[in-house]
Design a protein around this ligand. Sequence first.
Ligand code: ADP
Length: 189
Amino acid sequence: MATPETRHKPNILITGSPGTGKSTLSQQVAEKLGFEFIEISKEVRENNLQGEFDEQYSCHVLDEDKLLDHISDRMDSDDGGIVVDYHGCDLFPERWFDVVVVLRCATEKLYDRLQSRGYSKFKIKENVECEIFGTLLEEAKESYKEEIVHELQSETPDQMEENLDRICEWAAAFKNSGGQGPQSDEMDQ
Ligand SMILES: Nc1ncnc2c1ncn2[C@@H]1O[C@H](COP(=O)(O)OP(=O)(O)O)[C@@H](O)[C@H]1O
């Protein structure tokens, strides 16, 4: 079972409230680094990993056990080099990730992004509140070592580009440290 000490390339989790830009950024990071991209919502849809249907949110609830089983071989491999995108982080084993990024976005912008997706008023309110309370950041800090958790603003295309560069630098720092995990002083520059 791989750990940050044995992994050849870092595994990166990109999390945040829906609409903060996770899938767009994750795709770019994976492309730039030549890493595999696991978009959890797509993985769940394509592999029938849903649980029951939630009427209020008008979507299927995730079957967490099925999902973890489904991706565990890849996540526990010593190869590493996987970018995961999901609006949650406490369901994954802590050992799976070397870098955890929490994307943040101002409420008005997030509201507009979710509205243009055609979300119901209820769903927009729930997701915007999740962002206001910083729920995902809190969850990430409770689930992973603080030094690997990074909060990044994701409101403008410039920020998206800066975030891409920073994450790639952290991935390189992991490699330079010989698979010992990125050093916190290198990561916070
Ligand atoms: N930093 C950003 N600057 C401008 N637009 C962004 C930014 N991040 C995301 N977006 C836009 O917001 C929308 C939601 O992004 P997406 O990546 O689907 O979010 P998520 O995967 O977190 O739900 C997309 O239309 C995307 O282009």
